[in-house]
Design a protein around this ligand. Structure first.
Ligand code: HEM
Length: 109
């Protein structure tokens, strides 16, 4: 579903601001919807499941993932050793970070 062009524009391209933009559009009331959050679920967003079996741990994991990301980004400067190396690998229907990519972490000065 995440690779369906009818749902997501240029689905195979990494766009770190993909959902930020759609949330901004929504919060500007262009379609009278409230901005959505990472833990919302919908017919087209199944990261945490949907309906009766929606993940109850999604609020905890969402907050934890953001805290870890903020900690890493504010503590280290990072550099990919081989910039041309493939960064991800497909496994079944999921696109996962490649374990072969080496990254240097340097504490921020
Ligand atoms: C990034 C982290 C997580 C992801 C991606 C995730 C994803 C999911 C998904 C997709 C489902 C629905 C499965 C289905 O359709 O049958 C689910 C269900 C569930 N998750 Fe998570 N989950 C995460 C973290 C957690 C955590 C931290 C907890 C508990 C502390 C948790 C507890 C559960 C439980 C109990 C269910 C079953 C809900 C039910 O059947 O009523 N999950 N999760």
């Amino acid at each position: 579903m995440g690779y369906d062009e009818k749902i997501y524009q240029n689905p195979m391209d990494f766009d770190g601001f993909r959902f930020v933009k759609s949330n901004l559009a929504k919060s500007n009331n262009t379609n009278n919807e409230e901005a959505s959050s990472f833990v919302d679920t919908s017919d087209t967003w199944h990261f945490f499941g949907h309906g009766k079996v929606t993940c109850p741990g999604r609020f905890y994991s969402s907050t934890l993932m953001k805290l870890v990301a903020v900690h890493i980004l504010s503590t280290y400067d990072m550099e990919i050793v081989d910039k041309a190396a493939p960064r991800s690998k497909m496994w079944r229907t999921t696109n996962n970070p490649s374990k072969d990519v080496r990254v240097i972490f340097r504490p921020k000065a």
